[in-house]
Design a protein around this ligand. Structure first.
Ligand SMILES: [Zn+2]
Ligand SMILES: [Zn+2]
Length: 379
């Protein structure tokens, strides 16, 4: 009877949302050699301590035109047991299964995940690309000691081939004064049980400490909304905001390619108008965002017209070159154009046919507090 109830509810939710459209598209270009897959790696539903049905997470992803989401309900806390046993008599994989079935033919890849939830240290970890959250839960429950329970669950997740992320190291409740890398995190890292770290969590914002640890230790930077309620209650879609998201540079539009990219660190984070990531991906990303639409030459210099066709603003500040004079600071807003006039500093000289001008991109960060160096090439 209870299983029938789950099926009937799933059907009702499916039917109610069959005519979904992209109403707030986030536009991010591909880069040479990779497709840019946009997604959220941390989401809760009513099957743990969230307030929404799993299908809502898929509908929200469609609204923004996201390519993938991970369902990461807590594997041991919150309402899981009450809902699981009391209402539906289903196991801890059910929220993923409902979202996955609903997402079929809707263009969103749903990744199977679970949040392993312990006190600090070591805190919370997300295991994604798993196949059985019941086994994660059993492993976590194998010890009352936070570190031992976590380690057992991470090992089980690794056995399932998981991508493992230390979540919100800067969560106020677990790190009230400062963000701390505890000896337990070294143990987990050295045991090969940490692939990535959340540098942005919608509840806690950006963590410069986590970003720097990721760079220092070769961890993949990850973003998650960690949404428990409807995303529209936190994201100001009306005024053009987007949820924080991952920009995964994948070799194909598939779950396997997303997994491969995350394991290899081919990810950037786009959150609150800023982008965080490695220069080897951010430089080609700016190349694809800023397109030169015209170059006009005059006896005085060169006028470059640039268009930003993406949803990401680009804040440029002059840097590097001393041979030319050009604007010190300009922001190229999403969907808009700007003009950069370049003159030779030595007035007697003529501009070369092809030349480069240097900038720092003040809202793209390769490490905590370190803006991206970018060269605009004119031919
Ligand atoms: Zn958490
Ligand atoms: Zn969470």
């Amino acid at each position: 009877m209870k299983r029938i109830l789950v099926s009937v509810l799933s059907l009702i939710f499916s039917a109610a949302a069959s005519a979904q459209t992209v109403t707030h598209p986030v536009i991010v270009p591909d880069i040479p050699g990779y497709v840019t897959m946009k997604g959220d790696m941390h989401l809760h539903t009513v099957f743990s301590d969230g307030t929404v049905w799993p299908t809502t997470r898929v509908e929200e992803a469609i609204l923004e035109g996201l390519d993938f989401i991970a369902i990461t309900d807590h594997v041991e806390v919150g309402l899981t047991k009450r809902i699981r046993d009391g209402l539906f008599n289903c196991d801890r994989n059910k929220s993923f299964e409902i979202a996955r079935d609903f997402a079929k033919n809707r263009g969103v890849i749903v990744i199977h995940g679970g949040e392993i939830t312990r006190g600090m240290p070591p805190g919370h970890f997300n295991a994604t690309f798993v196949n059985d959250c019941e086994a994660l839960s059993a492993a976590s429950a194998s010890s009352k000691n936070h570190f031992e329970g976590m380690t057992a669950a991470l090992k089980e997740a690794r056995r399932q081939g998981a991508f493992l992320v230390w979540n919100h190291p800067h969560w106020n409740r677990q790190a009230p004064n400062e963000t701390v890398w505890h000896p337990e995190h070294s143990d987990i890292y050295e045991a090969g049980l940490m692939d990535g770290i959340e540098i942005f969590n919608h509840c806690d914002g950006y963590s410069p400490e986590a970003h720097h640890w990721a760079v220092e230790k070769g961890l993949t930077i990850v973003s998650g909304t960690d949404a428990h309620t409807m995303l529209a209650s936190r994201v100001d879609y009306v005024h053009g905001a987007f949820r924080p998201m991952n920009l995964v540079f994948a070799t194909a539009r598939s779950e396997e390619a997303i997994y491969g990219a995350l394991k290899e660190g081919r990810n950037a984070v786009f959150a609150e108008g800023k982008v965080y990531g490695d220069a080897r991906f951010l430089v080609p990303l700016v190349d694809e965002i800023l397109k030169i639409v015209s170059v006009t030459r005059s006896p005085k210099g060169v006028s470059i017209r640039i268009h930003n066709g993406s949803s990401i603003p680009v804040q440029l500040e002059k840097s590097g070159s001393t041979a030319y004079g050009y604007i010190r600071s300009i922001t190229v807003l999403p969907g808009s154009d700007c003009t950069i006039n370049v003159i030779p500093l030595d007035k007697g000289t003529k501009m070369d046919d092809s030349f480069s001008i240097g900038f720092k991109v003040m809202n793209f960060f390769v490490d905590a507090g370190v803006p991206l160096d970018y060269t605009l090439k004119v031919k």
